[in-house]
Design a protein around this ligand. Structure first.
Ligand SMILES: [Zn+2]
Length: 362
């Protein structure tokens, strides 16, 4: 049986710097012996003194870890792909339980064990544990995004439960960050939730956002929307934005240098002109659609796969059941990301929008 074997970077000095080598064997055990014969020194890396594969090395056959198959006795067939994945500094080896939990990811070539470890190592900040933040947080947690920061200073209200799936009936009156933390712990103990029980403001936004890889915005007011936009641009963090109103939702991704929310809407509407969800209402399921799209975009950014929703505004009309897209271009006159910017630091957003950092209802 000739199989292709992926050699990780730390071992490539033993394989002439090749990341893929061909080898043979009827089983994984035979293959590892043959690799050891082909490449002196490699066997010592793959086995410990007890002649066992050490715990810091995972062996995958077609993206399935051999502990979930038949271990060293796992049979190989022509054309199989074997990958040797050791723990690397800051990385982590998937436990057998994680290999099972994330098996539907691990068997996908676009994710695989390496992608799953990227997800487990990723840090996503969710602004607002409301309508949009709820499905985004739940799906990111289920997917195994290892660290979820949640910014919210509200308490759960009965009227939230029509759509905010992070919170349950018994949570009414609890701080949303606490309720979110309990729910996520039940869903996936792999996920560490970092609660930020404070409003996001010009004073703390840069410090909080700079701790994360990707920001998912689910805040339902213009002051926070401009604040998060500016803070993500200034810190160079990708922003996955979403908005909902009545039966319509919007989603977009902003990456510094490729346009921002201010390129699209240079100024907020006058206060009171566009009502928020608390004033006008929102279909309960709608944030589930938009928040899930935000979670997908965040995962794509972490894995570096697919076509990001960057440079496009996706509009979902639930009544017509239609998705539409409009192009967003970087505006050279944008005061933040344009050629001659006038905004170099965070400003007074409540004054700019004529409205407060209202509840993160969503
Ligand atoms: Zn801009």
């Amino acid at each position: 049986m000739t199989v292709s074997v992926y050699i990780p970077a730390p071992f490539r000095s033993l394989t002439g710097n090749r990341s893929y080598v061909e080898s043979r064997g009827q089983t994984v055990g035979e293959l590892l012996e043959e690799l050891g014969a082909q490449f002196p020194g490699l066997r010592e890396m793959l086995y410990n003194e007890a002649d066992e594969i050490p715990a810091h090395i995972n062996i995958y056959v077609n993206s399935q870890e051999i502990h979930s198959l038949q271990g060293k006795e796992t049979p190989l067939k022509e054309g199989d792909e074997v990958a040797v994945i050791p723990a690397i500094a800051g990385g982590q080896v998937l436990t057998p339980e994680q290999v099972l939990r994330y098996s539907r990811h691990i068997i996908m070539s676009e994710v695989g064990p390496v992608g799953q470890r990227k997800l487990l190592g990723a840090r996503v900040l969710i602004v607002g544990a409301g309508g949009l933040g709820s499905p985004a947080a739940v799906y990111l947690a289920l997917a195994g995004v290892g660290t979820l920061g949640i910014v919210d200073f509200d308490e759960v209200e009965l009227s939230n439960l029509q759509r905010q799936i992070l919170h349950h009936t018994a949570d009414v009156g609890r701080p949303k960050v606490e309720s979110a933390q309990s729910t996520i712990a039940l869903y996936n103990p792999d996920v560490r939730v970092v609660p930020h029980r404070q409003p996001l403001t010009a004073e703390n936004a840069l410090e909080i956002i700079s701790q994360y890889d990707v920001v998912v915005n689910g805040a339902d007011n213009f002051a926070t929307r401009y604040l998060v936009n500016d803070a993500c641009y200034l810190t160079g963090k990708p922003l996955v934005d979403g908005a909902i109103f009545l039966f319509e939702g919007q989603a977009m991704v902003f990456i510094a240098g490729q346009g921002c929310y201010r390129c699209l809407f240079p100024a907020p509407p006058p206060p009171g002109l566009v009502p928020n969800c608390a004033e006008a209402g929102v279909l309960g399921v709608l944030p589930g659609v938009i928040g899930s799209i935000q979670a997908i975009e965040a995962i794509k950014l972490i894995l570096g796969i697919g076509e990001s929703l960057v440079g496009r505004l996706l509009i979902f009309d639930a009544l017509a059941m239609e998705f539409r897209q409009v192009k967003i271009r970087r505006d050279p006159r944008c005061p933040l990301c344009g050629d001659d910017p006038t905004i170099h630091e965070l400003i007074d957003y409540e004054a700019f929008c004529g409205s407060p950092f209202a509840s993160h209802d969503g």
